[in-house]
Design a protein around this ligand. Sequence first.
Ligand SMILES: [Zn+2]
Length: 419
Amino acid sequence: MIRFYNGLVLEPSGVTENEVWVDGSAISYVGPAREDMPLFDCIVNLRGDLLMPGFKNAHTHSGMTFLRSAADDLPLHQWLEKQVFPAEAKLTAESTAAFVKVAFLEYLTSGVTACFDMYYHTDEFARIARDWGFRAVLCGSFTAGNDWEEMYDYYQHYNHDFGPLVSAQLGFHAEYTTNREKLEYLSKVCHELKAPVWCHNAETASEVDGCIERHGVTPTKLFDSLGLYDYGGGGFHCIYMTDEDLDIFARRGLTAVLNACSNGKLASGFFRLKEAMEKGVRLAVGTDGPASNNALDMFREMYLINIMAKLREENAAAGDPALILNAAVSGGARAMGLDDCDAIAQGKQADMVRIDMHRPNMRPVNNVVKNLVYSGNPSNVRMTMVAGKVLYENGEFFVGEDPEDIYRAAEKYTREILG
Ligand SMILES: [Zn+2]
């Protein structure tokens, strides 16, 4: 058992000065110090630091680290066709594994305790998550070229074969990379499995225009009319959503996963945060892949979501740091089906981050939440714990591998692919 004391705790009710005890993978107690204390294996004096639930990076392409700073500064479709797709065609299971490990290390430094990933070579990805003790949810990335009957196996395989830290949700890449027949088939699958469905949705104006040309309606209306949202789910990006689309998201309890850095860097556009908030659309936060961001940094993401809302509305009062922090933590957990990882509370999984409050960018402590969103950065992450296990602490990784070996392998494979 581990005891954390003498610090601050970000609980659902707000910031408290409670103790947090961890027993195995779960939080066994949150509350004031007690006389009847059990015997602890480890006692951690937080010295005023903050314990918060880990960030859930709700949209990732972890294996894309090899394209960091190698595929930049082009519009989305040119970027995809000229830089991303030709390089990805050269990926192998071994190289993808090395690139995924780089991303996982970066998640840990950024206080991310789970990611929602859409990419290739998914067995390697799931194995690394299992072996390292990192929580990962796979999202199907099916396109028209795939055999969609494999969705059943995909869903069962990743929900059962890699232990409690690995799970999967139904998903496909995007409307523009599939067709109606495939989507109708997916509707059958999601109804049989009673499962939510995810995909990139309304990331660019041309994507929405193309969908309207092909189907007469927006992607959201198309998916809804086919019954793909009957068991929930949502979309990544969700930039060019109409009022009606946002209404569908609100009515069906779907989650819009925000990717502000990627949308900014690719000049895709602004999320309609004000309208989504007014309609009560559920929100989560993701970094997207390292080729379109390029950092896997949830602090920067939260910051930029708020800043972009202000710029879009030309109103410094726009945005909502507390709401966005909540989206980055519990909104992501709910979206990813990680209902027991969303908060620091008794019985929840011990997916927690220790934020170093003894850094100048965290002082003074007028408002912990605003410090996290507006001035926080990964240098404040002192410890990242997943399911009660410390995977990162004081700059050191505890994942069973030497990061230098990982960097070397990633460098070698990157050179083989990119030259
Ligand atoms: Zn994406």
